[in-house]
Design a protein around this ligand. Structure first.
Ligand SMILES: NC(=O)c1ccc[n+]([C@@H]2O[C@H](COP(=O)([O-])OP(=O)(O)OC[C@H]3O[C@@H](n4cnc5c(N)ncnc54)[C@H](OP(=O)(O)O)[C@@H]3O)[C@@H](O)[C@H]2O)c1
Length: 277
């Protein structure tokens, strides 16, 4: 892994930025995001942490922007790990779908030609487990390169009902949790393609972490409710997720691929199993 490039789309804030800092121990780091000011500030943070840092503006939902970003990355050093943290969880449902679903596909497709003994890590979410794709939907998901993939996949997800336990988040959250269930599926469906390139792909599913994304949507009462829903009564720190990912990317874990790994302080355990007293 020495001197290979560590790439973090969405590495300008929250868990992505913490991951970028932690990946600095493996080699140079490239981060990307849409907002130029946030990008500059992330580069400053990375450089202050002693990381050899590069930055480039990026919108993962735009195929051309993603392609240019991957080309730029490959010009710096051979590609090591690509950790895709870019996503949104609020705003128009169609934009959530465009960034979280089409964006994830764009990241993988743009970097696939450059991978060799490399690893892609996608950020999913435990909220993805609160969404059950239908058989018809899985058939659509199995052909992400179909010309009508975006329209069809979005139409099916939009026609569903939000899980009762997620209703407190508001109706647009349906697109978010469906998009994260897609990320889990898409990661699994790429295991063989990646294996053929001696490369790995897996996803990490955060529970509730203290980042700008979580703070944007949650009032203090909502944060307290979220904290009470974990085994430790607190949110995760972005550095805890960064540590988890970098541990998994150490040599010795090359058999790990095609799966989703949960780090949520017991949040899903408490949602899915009645806890013993
Ligand atoms: N925080 C949580 O509790 C939680 C829970 C479950 C899952 N997650 C997932 O964990 C990941 C990181 O979340 P976070 O909480 O750290 O979020 P965050 O602080 O809001 O950071 C999101 C990052 O993604 C970038 N981004 C968004 N849209 C982009 C686009 N189209 N192209 C390129 N970059 C884009 C943002 O920069 P710009 O806006 O400047 O583009 C920012 O750098 C996300 O995938 C999120 O869904 C978070």
């Amino acid at each position: 892994m020495d001197r290979k490039l560590q790439v973090v789309p969405g590495g300008t804030s929250g868990m992505g930025l913490a991951t970028a800092v932690a990946l600095g121990k493996f080699g140079p780091v490239l981060v990307g995001g849409r907002n130029e000011k946030r990008l500059e500030s992330a580069l400053k943070t990375l450089k202050e942490a002693g990381v050899e840092a590069y930055g480039k503006q990026l919108d993962i939902s735009d195929r051309e922007s993603m392609k240019a970003f991957a080309e730029y990355a490959a010009g710096i050093a051979p590609i090591g790990n690509v950790v895709n943290a870019a996503a949104i969880d609020s705003g128009a449902s169609e934009l959530i779908w465009k960034i979280n679903v089409q964006g994830t596909i764009n990241v993988v497709e743009a970097f696939l030609p450059y991978l060799d003994h490399s690893c892609v890590v996608n950020y999913s979410s435990i909220t993805g487990y609160f969404y059950q794709p239908s058989r018809e939907e899985l058939a659509v998901w199995s052909a992400p390169d179909a010309p009508d993939f975006f329209e069809k996949s979005f139409a099916i997800a939009s026609s569903k009902e939000l899980d009762e336990r997620m209703k407190f988040q508001g109706p647009q959250f349906l697109a978010y949790i469906a998009s994260k269930r897609f990320v889990i599926y898409y990661t699994q469906a790429n295991a063989l393609r990646f294996g053929r390139k001696n490369s790995q792909i897996f996803s990490v599913a955060p529970g509730s972490f203290d980042t700008p994304m979580l703070r944007e949507i949650s009032d203090p009462a909502a944060v307290a409710r979220i904290e009470a829903g974990t085994a430790f009564g607190r949110l995760g720190a972005p550095e805890e997720m960064a540590d988890f990912i970098t541990c998994l990317l150490q040599p010795g874990h090359q058999y790990l691929t095609g799966c989703d790994l949960i780090l949520d302080g017991g949040k899903s355990a408490m949602a899915f199993a009645k806890q013993y007293e």
